[in-house]
Ligand binder design. Structure first.
Ligand code: FAD
Length: 426
């Protein structure tokens, strides 16, 4: 007589930084894993702005989820489908492809842009979260230079050559710096009727300074570097209107053909489909072991989770937190299935980095502060190291070396993206 019992089923929703690490932490565990993601690829989001600004191609920073998990036998299915809601009482995940029962659920669906109640701004000011977003931004930026070359109208040319980035966090700073570099160096000698260095780039930040997660001295350095590539940084400046022709910021109107949003994020909407406690950004409150108090077989990690650190502040929405939480959630499921107690999350902060333009960065690594070329080398090494896939690392290292020595950006193609956010449900 067979004594075999069914292995517990772990459903992981989202194969971003957190979800992937949870799956990998369950390698060889006696469980069956089902992976659900609306996309077929994992995206290395910290380098999205390089795709948006034509330095890298989409395939350099993304990899099919199937191929990443190919060697893991207990992954029984990878389903490209939208997770719609969770029924925690019946232990069912509802998806576009039908219901999926689970014994353990890992929610790692991350965050998306938030326009602070002004969703009508989104068509005029796209944010940067996915490869589709990056390609749309690339299309708009490159098209603006092409249209400026064509137009006979001086006022329209000024508008086309005005770029606005809203939000002075790391994403806004990196985007603005790359735009400065494109106009000052990459495109500088490629047009006949316009001079791309005429481009005006504004970075608007509502707070008194940019980069609030960095020490003030490094934020000041970053402002200097931005100024050097032609970016005008305006702090204490609220954007109160965005439309198809520009923005109102502070008490002035700026006519700008390209406006980019880097000002706010909110958690993915899946938390709202359950009767669980959420914070104002829609993140799910979790226990120190990363499970939900009322549903201990549901773990939440990364940008979707909120948990206070020892200083009483929530852990930040960064890749390191998501990866470490994913690893712990996987390990805790393994412990639970073996009848052992789960462990609490302890974050190892490995530092904070942001890059500006071609060869400058700022780094705050456990109190050790660095700015300039040295910080950029650290940034370079870390990003190549953490990229998923040897082939991607090689390609990106080559691209960066090429653009460093040649001031070139190889991915300057204007393509249509089929950009349609309405298909994203939660
Ligand atoms: C432009 C940009 C730059 C960044 N730069 C840095 C940086 O330099 N350093 C750093 O540490 N962090 C950076 N971050 C933050 C970091 O990328 C996030 O903190 C991290 O990705 C969070 O990981 P996650 O697993 O929670 O979610 P994600 O990595 O966002 O993964 C979520 C996954 O869930 C899937 N998904 C979402 N909703 C559904 C659904 N309903 N159904 C099915 N699948 C779904 C998505 O397709 C995605 O694969 C950056 C983020 C962005 C957007």
């Amino acid at each position: 007589m067979s004594t075999s019992t069914r292995q517990p089923r772990v459903v992981v929703v989202g194969a971003g930084f957190g979800g992937l690490r949870a799956i990998q932490a369950l390698k060889n565990a006696p469980v069956q894993i089902i992976v659900v993601d609306r996309r077929n690829h994992h995206t290395f989001q910290p380098l999205l702005y390089q795709v948006a600004t034509a330095s890298l191609s989409p395939a350099d920073i993304a990899k099919p989820i199937r191929s990443i998990l190919r060697g893991q036998d207990n992954v029984r299915a990878v389903l490209m489908t939208e997770a719609l809601s969770v029924d925690p009482t019946e232990q069912i995940l509802h998806t576009d492809a039908g219901p999926i029962p689970y014994d353990y659920l890992v929610l790692a669906t991350g965050a998306r842009h938030s326009y602070f109640g002004r969703d009508d701004w989104e068509p005029y000011a796209p944010g940067l979260k996915t490869l589709e977003d990056a390609l749309e931004i690339r299309r708009r930026v490159l098209s603006a230079f092409e249209e400026a070359e064509r137009t006979e109208d001086d006022t329209e040319r000024d508008r086309l050559l005005t770029f606005v980035v809203i939000g002075g966090g790391p994403t806004g700073v990196e985007l603005a710096g790359a735009l400065g570099e494109i106009s000052r160096y990459t495109l500088a000698r490629e047009f006949d009727r316009i001079d791309p260095t005429w481009a005006r780039i504004f970075l608007f930040e509502a707070a008194p300074r940019i980069l609030p997660s960095f020490p003030e001295s490094l934020a000041r350095k970053a402002t200097t570097y931005l100024n050097q590539v032609g970016v005008q940084v305006r702090t204490d400046t609220f954007v109160t209107e965005v439309d198809d022709a520009g923005v109102v910021a502070g008490d002035r109107r700026f006519e700008a053909a390209t406006v980019l949003w880097a000002a706010g994020v909110a958690a993915s909407g899946i938390g709202k489909t359950m009767d669980v406690e959420l914070d104002r950004a829609g993140r799910i409150l979790v226990q120190p072991d990363l499970s939900i108090a009322t549903y201990p077989n549901i773990f939440v990690v990364g940008d979707l989770a909120v948990l206070d650190g020892p200083d009483g502040k929530p852990y930040p929405g960064v890749a390191q937190v998501a990866m470490q939480q994913g690893r712990l959630a996987g390990a805790n499921i393994r412990r639970r299935t073996a009848g052992q107690p789960a462990q609490a999350f302890h974050y190892q902060d490995k530092g904070n980095l942001a890059t500006i333009g071609r060869n400058r960065a700022i780094a705050d690594i456990r109190g050790f502060r660095l700015a300039g070329f040295g910080a950029w080398l650290v940034w370079l090494w870390i990003h190549i190291f953490f990229l998923i896939g040897f082939q991607n690392r090689l390609r990106v290292a080559f691209q960066w070396a090429w653009s460093y020595f040649r001031f070139d950006r190889g991915a300057r193609l204007i393509t249509s993206t089929g950009y349609d956010r309405t298909k994203e449900i939660v």
